[in-house]
Design a protein around this ligand. Structure first.
Ligand code: FAD
Length: 473
């Protein structure tokens, strides 16, 4: 006899677990099918984000930043620390404790909300049924009124640099180093490559990032990318654009990397090499041939604006569908689908999804870039405020970067905000709220911002949109 649920979710990452909890809160009998559940003593629910993504990377970024501050920055405050040392094992243990606290928390939240966890690999069958194969190979079929696929993504592999988990690692391996590599190569200077390169660079690795594209961070506003590149250069992150890796070889306990650049064929020798060239949807072995669910040309599950697939009563959310591969984007899609299944008419505003790179300083953005607006022929105006003119940033000895606000030339409605600088993620979130309320730059300019705060840089950038920032000439 098959089990029957109102909603069966495949995958307990941030898209799936959040969707499942919301469905259960709405009174729907909900189960989550998950490959990585751990055991009764230790949950590993939470997907990439909690286990091998957002959370462990931020734990290491925070530890390594504290180390770098102690080594490089505290002396200007009059604080003397003689040669700080790093205990990588202790740093990794702290990271693991945080991961386990959070993954255990998901198990607790499931229990509290009455969400059933079914261990195994889920496959969508025709008619909104889910076949589950557990780790012992036992197969059962679970019946659902509605299915939500949230199977996530995995690192892209490239033939010239096969991951061996010893010398050549992907992002997961790069979170597990037991010592600081002397020379660290990173293939890909995107979000993950920059974050992981920063972690080990701050701790003392000589880091070289090899990026095939000629443009640095092309998805960000070009002015912000340019400013960020300047800041990273000062941090000794050696970012080589237009450098396409063609081969690797393990030799004498090192990895030799060959790459092509404008200067011809080059080689570099590293102790470790991180491959971070992007992620791809985990859509293989997930769908029976008659499931009715279709994929797009890049292997993402095809969905409409409301995350409905082409099969009735089957939805897909998170990294496995189009859009930015971000935990918060997936979670909001999970909530939207749960609510729509329960009959509520909600939607995700895809124009207002913030994206963040957790380097130091952070880089964050929401909305349109200047180059996108130019391409679309939209008339706009720009306000920029440098942190070098912010009292709070100077007091904190953290005054690199800028806030940039872009508004429609005619209506003054805010079209985008781009920040590189201290607490960029939290500053951009303020503008996300403003944009959700349809604010104009003048609305922000007329608000009172506490002094002295980093937020004043947002205020001043909004004032600068109409050319009357106060604290900049
Ligand atoms: P996932 O988190 O990948 O979860 C999918 C789950 O589905 C997994 O648990 C998997 O085991 C399970 N699964 C897959 N197939 C099946 C199946 N057939 N049956 C059963 N279970 C299955 N995003 C941010 O927003 N902020 C960050 O700071 C950030 N940092 C990152 C750092 C790194 C190093 C990496 C790698 C990623 C980072 N991301 C970040 C991206 C973020 O982790 C993903 O966007 C997010 O985890 C996607 O959520 P998801 O639920 O769609 O998929």
């Amino acid at each position: 006899m098959s089990e029957k649920y109102d909603v069966v979710v495949i995958g307990a990452g941030p898209a799936g677990y959040v969707g499942a909890i919301r469905a259960a809160q709405l009174g729907l009998k909900t189960a989550v099918v998950e490959l990585w559940t751990g055991d009764k003593n230790k949950s590993i629910l939470g997907g990439t984000c909690l286990n091998t993504g957002c959370i462990p990377s931020k734990a290491l970024l925070d530890s390594s930043q504290k180390f770098a501050d102690a080594r490089d920055r505290l002396s200007t405050h009059g604080i003397g620390i003689k040669s700080p040392t790093i205990d990588v094992a202790a740093m990794q243990k702290r990271k693991q404790t945080i991961v386990e606290q959070l993954t255990g928390g998901i198990a607790g939240l499931f229990k509290h909300n009455g969400v059933t966890v079914i261990e195994g690999r889920g496959k969508v069958l025709a008619g909104a049924k889910v076949e589950v194969t557990d780790s012992k190979g036992k197969v059962k079929v679970v019946d659902a009124t509605d299915v939500i696929i949230a199977a996530g993504s995995e690192p892209v592999k490239i033939p010239p640099a096969p991951v061996d988990d010893k010398y050549i690692v992907d992002s997961t391996g790069a979170l597990e180093f037991t010592e600081v590599p002397g020379r660290l190569g990173v293939i890909g200077a995107g979000v993950i490559g920059l974050e992981l390169g920063s972690v080990w660079g701050r701790l003392g690795s000589e880091v070289i990032l090899l990026e095939a594209l000629d443009t640095f961070l092309p998805m960000m506003d070009a002015q912000i990318s340019k400013e960020s590149a300047k800041i990273f250069k000062k941090q000794d992150l050696d970012i080589r654009l237009g450098s396409r890796v063609t081969a690797t070889e393990i030799k004498n306990d090192k990895v030799e990397v060959t790459y092509e650049s404008a200067d011809g064929t080059q080689t570099e020798v590293f102790d470790k090499l991180i491959v971070s060239v992007g992620r791809r949807p985990r859509s293989e072995e997930l769908l029976a041939s008659d499931s009715g669910v279709t994929l797009d040309e890049r292997g993402f599950i095809y969905v409409n604006d409301f995350c409905a697939t082409e099969a009735p009563h089957v939805y897909a959310v998170g990294d496995v569908v189009r859009g930015p591969m971000l935990a918060h984007k997936g979670s909001e899609e999970g909530v939207m689908v749960a609510e729509r299944i329960a009959g509520k008419k909600v939607q995700v505003n895809y124009d207002c999804i913030p994206s963040i790179i957790y380097t130091h300083p952070e880089i964050a953005a929401v909305g349109r870039t200047e180059q996108e607006l130019k391409t679309d022929g939209v008339d706009y105006k720009v306000g920029v405020f440098p942190f070098a003119a912010s009292g709070r940033a100077l007091a904190a000895d953290d005054s690199e970067g800028m806030v940039k606000i872009i508004a429609d030339a005619e209506t003054d409605r805010i079209l985008g905000c781009h920040v590189v600088g201290p607490s960029a993620a939290d500053l951009v979130q303020q503008v996300v709220i403003a944009m959700e309320f349809g604010s104009s730059a003048e609305d922000l300019a007329l608000m009172v911002f506490g002094h002295p705060t980093l937020s004043e840089a947002v205020h001043e950038a909004a004032l600068a949109v109409d050319g009357h920032a106060i604290h900049v000439a």
